[in-house]
Write a protein that binds this ligand. Structure first.
Ligand SMILES: Cc1ncc(COP(=O)(O)O)c(C=O)c1O
Length: 439
């Protein structure tokens, strides 16, 4: 019998034997099997079947300069020859810390870790250590990584989410202790009145309010000025901290999405693009708060460490990437995204389908809804929309375009206007394909 299986199918069969679901991260899974990469270069990715695609996912928003950027490859290669990790300090860490502190007014001190999950976890632990309080508050549906407390209600569904004026704390993982659920207060995004009423119920016990200024899973809708102001005022008034999750959104401005709001969070979690393509996280913020981690203090409130934290490979890659992502690069990339949003809105009109685009800076998301959602419950993708979205994504994939599976695009600085034209043209085909399902 002749072998008819593709190389990707063969690889996936092997993968299924050794990893649950055949992978270490669910995001690579596609039906009927994932595709495997040979090489990435700039905005292009070549798979083992020999097909090249434009990569608008950029490893879930972590590659701000696309794949294998020459300056990053050169800097990291040089550092590799000098060693990858030490039980001693490196100047690379200090140089990168100095650079990052200079990017945002709210950054007085910084520590590097290895993932966005870790960065958020350390912000929450720092907030608890600083305030001596047990609870945190977060927006319903917002994804902040995998720490028990940070993930509550990320996947809440109509059957579990409860009344809008009193959202339930819904576990993601089976076995989440009741104590964790009790210590997470769920607030609706961009609804200051309801949020304050919920926060007031636990005012004395809340260590921090954790918020993403453009939360992807909540619809990639920018935080409303009155919501962010309300959270800042409420936290100040009640002795709690305001924590921003800028793991994805730091790309929106030179100093992150916070730059445009005139509000200083006490702590900011970062990750993804600040690693220059390598695993990374960081938390930065107010000196007194960050100093809960100070091992030189008489009483160390939050002992913190990590074997690979601030390793010189990540520091070198990250610093090179962020130096390249200067104010001019941020502006140029955001303008490219504006062009994409306009063209996609045109494509929606031409295809005559109920859909819309949300986003900020160099991020955008397509929704199969007539109006942009306003918070998690209106952004929620029901079964009918899932069908449309799947047909849309499959069409794009078959036509040489990789998107994040929520219909989200994350641009990189190596993309061109031509790439955007190709994207919107492919999307027009995708909208038409989805429209046919409605006929
Ligand atoms: C907003 C946000 N916070 C935290 C995380 C967790 O980051 P990591 O996957 O590096 O642990 C993510 C990852 O997608 C994220 O989007």
């Amino acid at each position: 019998m002749t072998e008819t299986k593709s190389r990707s199918e063969q690889l996936y069969e092997r993968a299924l034997k050794v990893m649950p679901g055949g992978a270490s991260r669910n995001t690579i899974l596609r039906k009927p099997h994932p595709l495997y990469v040979v090489r990435g270069e700039g905005s292009r990715v070549l798979d083992v079947e020999g097909v090249e695609r434009i990569d608008f996912a950029n490893n879930m928003a972590s590659l701000i300069h696309g794949h294998a950027h020459p300056a990053i490859v050169e800097a990291v290669t040089a550092q590799m020859g000098r060693g990858t990790a030490f039980t001693l300090g490196t100047e690379a860490e200090i140089e990168y810390a100095e650079h990052m502190i200079g990017r945002a007014d709210s950054f007085e001190k910084i520590r590097f870790v290895n993932s966005g999950t870790e960065a958020v976890m350390h912000c929450l632990k720092a907030a608890r250590a600083f305030t001596g309080r047990p609870k945190i508050a977060k927006a319903e549906g917002a994804y902040h990584g995998l720490y028990d407390f940070a993930e509550i209600s990320q996947t809440a569904k109509p059957a579990t989410w409860g009344a809008a004026e009193h959202p339930e704390s819904v576990p993601v993982a089976y076995g989440t202790p009741q104590g964790v659920l009790d210590d997470v207060i769920i607030i609706p995004f961009n609804d200051p009145e309801r949020a304050v009423a919920l926060l007031d119920e636990h005012a004395e016990e809340i260590a921090c309010v954790l918020v993403d200024p453009v939360p992807h899973r909540v619809g990639l809708i920018p935080i409303a000025p009155d919501f962010v102001r309300t959270l800042r005022e409420w936290t100040e008034r009640n002795g709690a901290l305001l924590v921003f999750d800028e793991v994805i959104t730091f790309r929106v401005g030179y100093g992150g999405a916070q730059e445009g709001h005139g509000v200083r969070p006490d702590l900011t979690a970062m990750g993804k693009m600040i690693g220059g393509g390598f695993p990374v996280g960081a938390l930065a913020g107010r000196r007194e708060v960050m100093d809960v981690m100070d091992p030189l203090a008489e009483k160390v409130l939050f002992p913190h460490s990590g074997t690979f934290s601030a390793n010189p490979i990540t520091m070198t890659a990250g610093h090179t990437a962020m130096k390249l992502y200067d104010r001019e690069a941020v502006e140029k990339l955001n303008a490219l995204a504006d062009r994409a949003r306009t063209q996609i809105e045109d494509a929606i009109r031409v295809a005559g389908i109920d859909a819309c685009v949300t986003g900020a800076g160099s991020m955008l998301r397509v929704h199969f809804k007539p109006e942009p959602p306003t918070e998690y419950r209106t952004a929620f993708i029901g079964p009918d929309e899932t069908k449309l979205l799947t047909a849309f994504l499959d069409h794009l994939f078959a036509n040489g375009i990789i998107l994040i599976n929520t219909g989200t695009v994350m641009l990189s600085t190596v993309m061109t206007e031509q790439d955007i034209d190709t994207l919107s043209e492919a999307m027009l085909g995708g909208f038409r394909t989805a429209r046919e399902l409605l006929a």
